[in-house]
Ligand binder design. Structure first.
Ligand code: ADP
Ligand code: MG
Length: 207
């Protein structure tokens, strides 16, 4: 696998494990609320990639499978290796008649921003895809080789107001992390209490 290659761009994997590893790598950049749309024909490896997302979020992966009859699977059990970063909601829209069917699944609750969302067959729910999302397109390239393109769709947010770093997908902004949010708050607080000139006796005489 192209281990050192930029995450956003074209990759090639030679087996399922490498596709899982790539999914895990993407997951490390995701925040709750991130939306990952996975395209590719049956057997391309979309579900393997989602297994990687779960792994990268620190979730148990043994139950990640194509939700063939269950259209939505929610994974929230942390892996034995430590705490999970956030839950993962895995939707296979293959059997959906259309976007209207999403309402019966409680779509509004699913996209409330508390989990990472991964959707296979996003074309089935085209009208409901968030403007800002990540697209993963997986193609067969002979045998077990797959070409996987990861792209960002939608306008990139302004960089973090504190450190200037690019915002992780799913981050609310204008800060990249709660740490940078607190740092900004700290600056604001100290700024608010700065005395802009020396106190004079007159200041104290009032009243
Ligand atoms: P999809 O969800 O796209 O229908 P799955 O992830 O369920 O596909 O299945 C992909 C199948 O292809 C699995 O059986 C997996 O072991 C196999 N496979 C072989 N090579 C790869 C690869 N490079 N990446 C992902 N899966 C692969
Ligand atoms: Mg699948």
């Amino acid at each position: 696998m192209s281990a050192g290659a930029p995450l956003f761009g074209l990759h090639q994997t030679r087996n399922a494990a490498q596709t899982v590893a790539l999914g895990a790598r993407l997951a490390h950049t995701l925040r709750p609320g991130a939306f990952v749309a996975l395209e590719g024909e049956l057997g391309a490896g979309k579900t393997q990639f989602v297994r990687g997302l779960a792994q990268g979020l620190g979730l148990r992966t043994d139950t990640v499978s194509s939700p063939t009859f269950v259209i939505v699977n929610e994974y929230d059990r942390a892996a034995d290796t430590g705490g999970a970063r956030c839950p993962l909601v895995h939707v296979d829209a293959y059997r959906l008649g259309g976007a209207e069917d999403l309402d019966a699944l409680g779509w509004e609750r699913l996209i409330d921003g508390s989990a990472v969302l991964a959707v296979e067959w996003p074309g089935r729910i085209a009208g409901r895809l968030p403007a800002r999302r990540i697209e993963v397109v997986i193609e067969h390239a002979g045998g077990d080789t797959r070409r996987i393109r990861i792209t960002r769709v939608g306008e990139a947010p302004a960089p973090c107001r504190t450190c200037g770093a690019e915002l992780p997908v799913g981050a609310e902004g204008p800060f990249c992390s709660s740490r940078c949010r607190m740092a900004d708050l700290g600056k604001w607080m100290s700024g608010a209490y700065t005395i802009s000139r020396e106190l004079k006796d007159a200041d104290l005489d009032e009243g």
